[in-house]
Design a protein. Structure first.
Length: 178
């Protein structure tokens, strides 16, 4: 008898305020339990960002378990029936900050990205990953903006290869890519 199929790994891409997080959450509404990996780091002085985080928290079902401010690759080493990782952009920003890489050569965060991609590739339960798609607008005017765009673009390509499904969310509408 063949081994049961592994649940899909899904990458959900979209621009800011595109509805990508809500779409990703809806992919898991039938899961009996979900581990939600929240990568945002709350700055109490940034009230706008705190409101956005609160909105995400309030939208989550009560039976979901939230893990905040954590290293996703480490958490993914322990499987759960379903995991939602939201979002790669805030995680990458924290990696760039932690490595003081904003003025460092490109590729400084490659070890962090390698660990994440490996964790995604080896994860055997249902996994949904949210990440910002970039590069659809003007070239960023700052080096840090270009660095982030380049690093997230490369990482998104690697995650898309590692995932079984990929969606692009445009104006709240999902477009299946893979």
């Amino acid at each position: 008898m063949p081994a049961p199929a592994r649940p899909p790994r899904t990458l959900v891409l979209g621009g800011a305020r595109s509805g990508k997080s809500a779409f990703a959450e809806n992919l898991l509404t039938d899961a009996p339990t979900v581990r939600y990996l929240a990568t945002a780091i709350l700055d109490p002085a940034d009230h706008d960002f705190a409101d956005r985080i609160a909105g995400h928290r309030n939208r989550r079902p009560a039976h979901w378990t939230t893990v905040e401010n954590t290293e996703p690759a480490t958490v993914l080493a322990t499987e759960a029936p379903a995991t939602l990782l939201d979002d790669i952009g805030t995680w990458l920003t924290a990696c760039l900050d932690a490595r003081n890489a904003w003025d460092a050569p490109r590729g400084t965060v490659v070890p962090d990205c390698d660990a994440l991609v490996e964790a995604v590739e080896t994860y055997r339960e249902r996994l949904v990953i949210v990440s910002p798609e970039v590069g659809m607008g003007v070239i960023p005017a700052t080096r840090s903006g270009r660095l982030f765009r380049d690093e997230i673009g490369t990482l998104n390509q690697r995650l898309a290869r590692a995932c079984d499904e990929a969606y692009l969310i445009v104006a709240g509408l999902p477009v299946r890519l893979k």
